[in-house]
Write a protein that binds this ligand. Structure first.
Ligand code: PBG
Length: 426
C-alpha cells in the first residue's frame, strides 16, 4: 500500500497505520475547512509500494512476495506451532485460574485497543482562551508558561492563525483593562469601542468562520476586582449587576460575538441576557452559561494574568462552595429554564463528578474549563521533569471528555491540537 501523506492536514497520517501508536490513539483530527489564508497542500510520497513490501516480513522470515507466491500456488501456511514463550527463572508453576472472563483479552493489541476505545478527542472539541491587552507587544504571563497577554492587533491574530492551522476554531477572549478605565460600576464593560468589542470586530473580519466566545462578568472592569457591583457594606449587588451584564452581552453581540458566556454566577442573569439579546434582534447569539462555577483557588494564575484579584474579600457569595454537589443541579435547572445553550463546569479535572452530573441531567452540550491553575500545575511539573507534560496534558483532556464534556476550554488547546494532528508540539 502506497501511503501518500498530504500536509497539512496532517491528520491523514493518522489514518495510515499510525493509529495504534502514540498520540494518534487519542482519536481523529478533524480539521474543519478554513476560509482564511492557509499553507498550500503538497502531497509527499513517503514510501513506494515495493519499499513498503520489502520492509514487511512474515513471522517465518520470508518476504511478502514469497508468501504471496506460495498462496497463488495453493501452498497455504501450516497452523502456527503452539509456542509457549519462556517465563523468567523463578516464576511459579501454577494451574491457570479457572476464569471465564478475562477483560485483558480486549486489551491485548493496539488494534483491539483502538477498536474498543470509548472516548475520542479532536481539535474540534477544544476552545482556546486568549488574554488580550491594548499594547503592541506580547507580554509573558509569569505563572502560566507559554501564555501571553497578546497585543490585540498583532499577537492575537498570529495566535488565532496558528491555532486554526491545527483545527482549533473556538476562542474565548479575556481582556486586561488599564486601571484608568476601571470603575465601581464597571461601565467600560459595555463600551462599544472598548478592547473586547474592537477585538471581536477585527477577528471576525479576518477569520469569519471562527467561533468567538466572550466572557460576561465585571471583574476585568471593576476597580474592586469583583464580578459584580460592590455595595458599601461589601455585598455584591445581584440585580444591578445583571443589568450591567445585559448591556455588556449586547455590546459583545453587536460586535459579532457568536457565544456570550456569563461567568459571574449572579442569579437570573441567563434569562435576563437572553431577553436583552432577543430585544436587540440577536436571536442567534448563543449563551454558554457558567452553570457550576466554584469559588476555587485554581484561578490564581488567571487573576495574576489579568491583574484582577478582588481588592478585598473573596467570591464565595456568588461562586459555589467546592464542597457542594447537589447545588449544581439547582443551577442546571435554572440555566436550562432561562434558555442557556451550553452549560459549563469550572474548574475541570478536580470537578469531574460535576461534569458527569450535568451530562446525566441535561441534554444540552456540556463545556468544561481546564483553568489556569490546572494548566500551570502540569506545566510546572513538566518543566521539573516530574511528569511527562505532553502525556499528562493529553490524558487530562481525555478524562474531561470521558466525564462528559463536549467542549473543553483549555490553555493547552493549540499544543494539544498539534499533538492530535500528529505534529510535534514544540
Ligand atoms: C472571572 C473569570 C475567572 C476565570 C474566568 N473568568 C476568574 C475568577 O472567577 O476569579 C478563571 C479562569 C482561569 O483560572 O483559567 N469572570
Amino acid at each position: 500500500m502506497a501511503s501518500a501523506v498530504s500536509f497539512p492536514p496532517a491528520n491523514v497520517q493518522m489514518l495510515q497505520g499510525r493509529s495504534c501508536h502514540g498520540h494518534a490513539a487519542f482519536g481523529s483530527c478533524s480539521a474543519v475547512p478554513r476560509t482564511g489564508p492557509r499553507v498550500r497542500s503538497t502531497a509527499v510520497r513517503v514510501s513506494s509500494e515495493q519499499e513498503a513490501a520489502a520492509a514487511v516480513r512474515a513471522p517465518s522470515g520470508r518476504s511478502i512476495e514469497e508468501c504471496e507466491a506460495d498462496a497463488v500456488a495453493g501452498r497455504f501456511p501450516a497452523p502456527p506451532p503452539l509456542v509457549r514463550p519462556k517465563a523468567p527463572e523463578g516464576t511459579p508453576r501454577i494451574r491457570p485460574l479457572d476464569m471465564e472472563k478475562r477483560p485483558r483479552r480486549n486489551r491485548k493489541s493496539p488494534a483491539l485497543r483502538a477498536a474498543f476505545q470509548e472516548t475520542t478527542i479532536s481539535p474540534a472539541n477544544l476552545v482556546l482562551p486568549l488574554f488580550i491587552h491594548e499594547g503592541e507587544e506580547d507580554a509573558p504571563i509569569g505563572a502560566m508558561p507559554g501564555c501571553f497577554r497578546l497585543g490585540w492587533r498583532h499577537g492575537l491574530l498570529d495566535e488565532v492563525y496558528k491555532a486554526r492551522d491545527v483545527g482549533v476554531n473556538g476562542f474565548v477572549l479575556f481582556p486586561k483593562i488599564p486601571d484608568a478605565l476601571k470603575s465601581q460600576s464597571g461601565d467600560e464593560a459595555y463600551n462599544d469601542n472598548g478592547l473586547v468589542p474592537r477585538t471581536i470586530r477585527l477577528l471576525k473580519d479576518k477569520f469569519p468562520d471562527i467561533v468567538v466566545y466572550t466572557d460576561v462578568a465585571l471583574d476585568p472592569y471593576s476597580s474592586d476586582g469583583h464580578d459584580g457591583i460592590v455595595r458599601e457594606d461589601g455585598v455584591i449587588m445581584n440585580d444591578e449587576t445583571v443589568y450591567q451584564l445585559c448591556k455588556q452581552a449586547v455590546s459583545q453581540a453587536r460586535a459579532g460575538a457568536d457565544v456570550v458566556s456569563p461567568s459571574d454566577m449572579m442569579d437570573g442573569r441567563v434569562g435576563a441576557i437572553r431577553a436583552a439579546l432577543d430585544a436587540e434582534g440577536f436571536h442567534d447569539v448563543s449563551i454558554m452559561s457558567y452553570t457550576a462555577k466554584y469559588a476555587s483557588s485554581f484561578y490564581g494564575p488567571f487573576r495574576e494574568a489579568l491583574d484582577s484579584n478582588p481588592r478585598f474579600g473573596d467570591k464565595k457569595t456568588y461562586q459555589m462552595n467546592p464542597a457542594n454537589y447537589r447545588e449544581a443541579l439547582l443551577e442546571t435547572a435554572a440555566d436550562e429554564a432561562e434558555g442557556a445553550d451550553i452549560l459549563l463546569v469550572k474548574p475541570g479535572l478536580p470537578y469531574l463528578d460535576i461534569i458527569r452530573l450535568l451530562r446525566d441531567n441535561s441534554a444540552l452540550p456540556i463545556a468544561a474549563y481546564q483553568v489556569s491553575g490546572e494548566y500551570s500545575m502540569i506545566k510546572a511539573a513538566g518543566a521539573l521533569k516530574m511528569i511527562d507534560e505532553e502525556k499528562v496534558m493529553m490524558e487530562s483532556l481525555m478524562c474531561l471528555r470521558r466525564a462528559g464534556a463536549d467542549i473543553i476550554l483549555t490553555y493547552f488547546a493549540r499544543q494539544a491540537a498539534t499533538v492530535l494532528c500528529g505534529m510535534r508540539s514544540k
